[in-house]
Ligand binder design. Structure first.
Ligand SMILES: NC(=O)c1ccc[n+]([C@@H]2O[C@H](COP(=O)([O-])OP(=O)(O)OC[C@H]3O[C@@H](n4cnc5c(N)ncnc54)[C@H](O)[C@@H]3O)[C@@H](O)[C@H]2O)c1
Length: 321
């Protein structure tokens, strides 16, 4: 299988390419990435070592380029996006452009070149927010209710993906999951920021009261779910992915402090972000029952492994914003 990956220098995309080429050495990947601030220079070097991998510098919004790159490929795995909620609140234009128009551009090209499958990586943020004291979880049946510019742009892209299946018969699939963690994540996100700050005994900022809950997924578990859905998912379907790790931000930072042997005094509460979703939790029954997917990694062990990776690579990383 020859695959076009978009955004493969980003956090999840770069982990996916590594996972995929190690597992399927007979397949090949072309990685189209614009190298925005979020692209990883470490991943750029590391991925270049795979023999059946090539890199194209470019924008998913570039019609001509995307048409050319989708000519002789079997599938597209689409990660490229503007992904940081705080940035989307400050300036939503790049989010509309890449996340909505860029996705539409890929869909058009996939249809025109009769690409057999397009898999779109989405988020559970499209479903909005759950109450802290409810036991409710998001599933494929949950109504879309995005509450910030990032999630609104992702929700919109999901609608275009589904529309391309219904109207034009393109074989599409979507995965929706909550926050990922693991190696290669940009230091602007909570876990890398906390780890990197703590290496130099700098305080770790936590929004509001720190009680916001996320359903943390180790990135390699996400990659195995994407690989499975790409090969065995039903066209036109969405799959929610979760390892069932519901953890509040304060619990998460406490775990990092504990593993790194640092004091709780290094926690610094900062004013909350507007429209901050309170709780995400996902019911992954469908992907587990229909496709037999299961997460393999425990939260605590993967968190320790992630800290270790940042320790080894800290000098090569861009500073947090
Ligand atoms: N990180 C998470 O926790 C998470 C959770 C659920 C879903 N997702 C989704 O997964 C996907 C990947 O997320 P991530 O955290 O790896 O993102 P990221 O911000 O780390 O990486 C995005 C990558 O896309 C590239 N890119 C951005 N705009 C582009 C464009 N116009 N053309 C080509 N390349 C472009 C960047 O250079 C970067 O390499 C996104 O679609 C995101 O919405 C992420």
């Amino acid at each position: 299988m020859k695959i076009l990956v978009t955004g493969g220098l980003g956090f999840i995309g770069s982990n996916f390419i590594t996972y995929f080429l190690q597992k399927h050495p007979e397949d090949s990947i072309v990685n189209l990435d614009k190298r925005t601030y979020a692209a990883s220079a470490i991943a750029y070097e590391k991925l270049a070592k795979f023999p059946n991998y090539s890199f194209v510098l470019g924008d998913i919004c570039d019609n001509e380029l995307v048409l050319k790159l989708t000519k002789d490929i079997d599938a597209i795995v689409h990660f490229a996006a503007e992904s940081h909620v705080d940035r989307s609140i400050e300036d939503l234009d790049p989010f509309v452009k890449t996340n909505i128009l860029g996705t539409l551009n890929l869909l058009k090209a996939a249809h025109e070149n009769k690409v057999k499958r397009l898999h779109h990586i989405s988020t559970d943020e499209v479903f909005g927010s759950l109450d802290l004291d409810s036991r409710e979880k998001f599933s494929e049946k949950t109504r879309y209710n995005p509450r910030n510019p990032y999630s609104a742009s992702k929700a919109s892209s999901d609608f275009f993906v589904n529309m391309y299946h219904e109207t034009y018969g393109l074989e599409t699939t979507i995965t929706n999951c909550s926050n990922n963690f693991g190696p290669y994540q940009h230091p602007e996100k909570l876990i890398p920021k906390a780890i990197l700050n703590l290496f130099s005994d700098k305080p770790v900022p936590i929004y509001g009261d720190g009680k916001n809950v996320r359903d943390w997924l180790y990135v390699e578990d996400h990659c195995s779910a994407i690989d499975l859905v790409l090969r065995e998912g039903e066209p036109g379907e969405s799959y929610c992915v979760s390892a069932g790790n519901e953890v509040s931000n304060i619990e998460l930072v406490n775990s990092i402090l504990q593993i790194m042997g640092k004091s709780n005094d290094l926690i610094k509460f900062v004013p909350d972000r507007p429209g901050h979703d309170r709780r995400y939790a996902i019911d992954a029954t469908k992907i587990m029952k229909e496709l037999g997917w299961k997460s393999k990694h425990t939260f605590r062990e993967s968190l320790a492994k992630t800290i270790e990776w940042y320790k080894e690579n800290r000098t090569l990383l861009a500073p947090a914003n």
